[in-house]
Design a protein around this ligand. Structure first.
Ligand code: SF4
Length: 299
């Protein structure tokens, strides 16, 4: 099976498999957080209609819920997003990132168990497993890891092929998929300035959506507040810890500047080291999270 994040690398893997350059996967699984940008859902439909279906590869869409709605629902247990926090004493922090596990990894594991015939909590016999393709390219080989469960064995065909992200992009371009978007939640706090600007400048509805969400989580997520576990400070989507509609997103960072001079198409991604959105098994946001420091100030 292919873990389809629907970004550059996993889209390339799907196409390589569909075209017979790599063996055919039995299915691809896309974990939907319910709050991907419209462009990602359109891209996914396109992958399905133009590439997967003609090759007989089913795309299974799985979900644990809607991350946006859950964050604002006081009655719903919420796996927190990595929000930037300004504590009462002025110290910066971040809430813990639990969302990737809850909204991406958990539903994939659930589906894999179903497919293997051992739904949770049944014990899966030793030796029963799926081979899971993960879209990690040579430029980020350090993210390649073994699965944390015995019934999934990770393989990394792009690394075996010695393909970089650029190789994937060139290949997708040859298939008419040059505009493959990054897959990550619309309001993911790991977005860099270029990505926030892109939303603001190209999709007013989605910009309004993220600005409203940013204002709504200022006191932390709704469930934590409802259960008396209040955030002792304020939470923000933008790393400046300023409301998103006032945040300095027009500031071009040094990394973005360097990337613009080098390869304009990659400026968005290189700005923060967030290369290809949030992949279930290799969340690129980790780079940013580590750079910012996780102060463990959970809501
Ligand atoms: S894209 Fe961001 S908010 Fe969404 S699951 Fe990944 S880390 Fe969490």
């Amino acid at each position: 099976m292919l873990s389809l994040g629907a970004g550059i690398q996993s889209s390339a893997l799907l196409a390589l498999s569909a075209e017979g350059i790599l063996p055919k996967v039995d299915y691809a699984i896309f974990a939907d957080t319910g709050w991907e940008p419209k462009a990602v859902y359109s891209h996914l439909d396109r992958l399905e209609n133009q590439i997967a279906e003609p090759a007989g590869i089913p795309i299974l869409r799985v979900s644990s819920g809607n991350i946006r709605a859950d964050a604002l629902d006081p009655d719903h247990r919420f796996a927190s997003m990595p929000l930037y926090v300004l504590n009462k004493d002025g110290r910066p922090g971040m809430t813990r990132r639990q969302c990737t596990g809850e909204y991406k990894i958990k539903p994939i594991k659930k589906k894999v168990r179903e497919i293997l015939g051992y739904p949770y909590p049944q014990r899966i016999p030793k030796g029963v497993f799926v081979e899971q393709w993960i879209g990690i390219s040579t430029d980020e080989f350090h993210r390649a890891k073994d699965a944390d469960v015995r019934y999934m064995r990770n393989v990394h065909p792009l690394i075996d092929m010695d393909w970089s992200r650029g190789d994937c992009h060139r290949y997708l371009t040859s298939l008419g998929l040059a505009d493959t978007p990054k897959s990550s939640c619309l309001g993911c706090p790991f977005h860099g300035n270029a990505q926030w600007r892109q939303i603001r400048d190209t999709s007013p509805d989605e910009w309004q959506d993220v600005v409203e969400f940013d204002a709504a989580i200022r006191q932390g997520n709704a469930r934590a507040n409802a259960t008396g576990n209040k955030l002792l400070g304020q939470a923000f989507l933008h790393r400046s810890r300023v409301p998103l509609d006032k945040a300095p997103i027009d500031h071009v960072t040094a990394a973005e500047q360097a990337a613009l001079q080098d390869e304009p198409a990659d400026a968005n991604e290189l700005e923060n080291g967030v290369v290809d959105g949030c992949s279930p098994w290799a969340c690129r946001g980790e780079v940013d999270e580590l750079a910012q420091g996780d102060f463990g100030l959970a809501s």
